[in-house]
Ligand binder design. Structure first.
Ligand code: ZN
Length: 207
């Protein structure tokens, strides 16, 4: 029983290792995205910004999230005007990651993050879905929280008319059926959101 370190069976320990890997991947993404935003607003050298943006692109599979590309020939006036926006940007908070066994994509990781905009409350804003593309892991889809129901899928105990009850809306990458992501394999909680309603979701869903 050489593999039986501790009480956890092998399959579960593999899953934990996968989850640690995805947490590290998402933390690296959050840091790189913030660097790219800083370069967008505060780096006068276009080549440096473009390099940061390209580094961020490596995290995505056939679509691009994160800050927009800026013009290579921005005037000094335009640059100075854009610089003020830096004060409104912060690294995303990573709330939790859920692992699903998706029927087509295999292991699919759903990361709940806040926005990059500084606000008083820190709540769900974006879902980044991470999957293996055969050799590496990439963000394959991005969804944004429905601004009407804040992710609950309900308004006054009725199905939210904006998102049809899904709570999240497609923003980029693959379109997924959020109601049928496959069996929930694992949930890793990292930090609770401020909103009471979102906290209920955060606490309640168990693998
Ligand atoms: Zn909604």
């Amino acid at each position: 029983m050489g593999w039986a370190l501790g009480e956890r069976p092998l399959a579960e320990r593999m899953r934990l290792r996968d989850m640690e890997d995805i947490i590290a991947f998402m933390q690296a993404f959050v840091a790189k995205e913030y660097e790219a935003y800083r370069a967008l607003y505060a780096e006068r050298e276009y080549a440096v910004f473009a390099q940061r943006r390209r580094e961020l692109d490596q995290f995505f599979f056939w679509f691009r999230g994160g800050p927009p590309y800026r013009s290579p020939d921005q005037s000094d006036e335009e640059f100075d005007a854009a610089k003020a926006a830096l004060n409104n940007i912060r690294p995303r908070t990573l709330f939790q990651i859920k692992q699903y066994e998706h029927p087509v994509l295999g292991n699919l990781y759903r990361s709940y993050t806040s926005d990059t905009l500084s606000t008083d409350a820190t709540n769900y804003f974006a879902n980044f879905f991470v999957a293996y593309d055969g050799t590496d892991r990439r963000i394959v889809a991005e969804y944004l929280v429905c601004l009407i129901c804040q992710g609950s899928g309900e308004v006054d105990e009725d199905i939210c008319p904006e998102c049809n009850g899904e709570g999240w809306e497609h923003f980029g990458g693959i379109e997924l059926d959020l109601e049928n992501l496959g069996p929930l394999i694992a949930v890793r909680r990292l930090q609770p959101p401020d909103s009471h309603a979102q906290r209920m979701d955060y606490v309640l869903e168990q693998a």
